[in-house]
Design a protein around this ligand. Sequence first.
Ligand SMILES: [Zn+2]
Length: 159
Amino acid sequence: MNKEEMIKKLKVRVTPIGNGTAIDHINPGMGLKIVEVLGMDEKNGAAIALNTESKRMKEKRKDLILMEDRFLTENELNKIKLLARNATVNTIKNYKIEKKEKLDLPKKAEGILKCINPICITNHEELKTKFSIKKEPVKAKCFYCETSMDKEEIKKHIL
Ligand SMILES: [Zn+2]
């Protein structure tokens, strides 16, 4: 399925979900990337609203993802933190928000990013990648080869 088809299928009317996860306040354009990283499609009850109006004062537009009967693993949550640092993750059970977590950039990223340096040891041996993350500007620095990756490179190299 190509990207356009995927958007069409996922872009259904956003209805409240009884059980599952809502990822809100995603910067416009990042929603689709998150869908890709999580490996979701319409079959497992995912819905995505791209570029919708936001009620928050500062942001005019946002992406929103709803996932029926699906909860994020720690690993998935860590990946989303790298992609959507200001997003809010709502865990919904029985039509109630059980947990609301406002995301922030993590200080470390382990096993969720691939190093861009082709000669880095992590690209040749069975090693869990390790990066330290810096803000303003966003950078990920490899623990093994000290190569730095910027925001765009991080986005493209999520495992
Ligand atoms: Zn490296």
